[in-house]
Design a protein. Structure first.
Length: 156
């Protein structure tokens, strides 16, 4: 009989219910917020890497002289993403075609091959950065490698 009274007394009291609910939901909320912060960091870094590639190709497309200035292209890309540690800029690449779809032989002088059209140079800049997550979760990567690429067609 005493045990039944004890159970009945527990059933009537609801004190501390909110505390138990909060204790159960706060860890889930904390994990969700941490995941949102980590996703935001990766998204922001990805945008920075692509923006750096665009800055490098924009510098290279300024004139015919800057398309081959690899040091300037690299500086422009790294300067655009100054807050990213470890940003690497690959060797800029160029491909050439005549504006009339005629292919260009890069071993021959370029100015003689497109007599009826202009030379179009496509400059491509690639960037890369590796970032560490805030929290290392077993089963997930310990580093993320983010790549950026930008291309620009330049008339010669």
């Amino acid at each position: 009989m005493r045990f039944a009274k004890f159970l009945k007394s527990l059933h009537r009291k609801e004190d501390g219910g909110a505390l138990v609910e909060a204790a159960l939901t706060l860890p889930t909320l904390f994990i969700m917020v941490l995941g949102a912060v980590e996703f935001s960091r990766v998204a922001y870094t990805s945008l920075e890497v692509v923006s750096a590639a665009k800055a490098g190709v924009a510098y290279g497309a300024e004139s015919g002289a800057t398309t081959s200035d690899t040091a300037g292209i690299t500086y422009a890309a790294q300067n655009d993403a100054g807050n990213l540690a470890g940003l690497t800029v690959s060797q800029p690449t160029s491909s050439y075609v005549c504006s009339g779809s005629q292919t260009v032989d890069t071993t021959q002088p370029l100015n003689t091959q497109c007599s009826l059209s202009h030379i179009e140079q496509t400059l491509t800049v690639q960037t890369q950065v590796t970032m560490d997550p805030l929290v290392h979760v077993p089963g997930l990567p310990t580093q993320y490698t983010l790549n950026g690429q930008a291309s620009q067609v330049c008339l010669q």
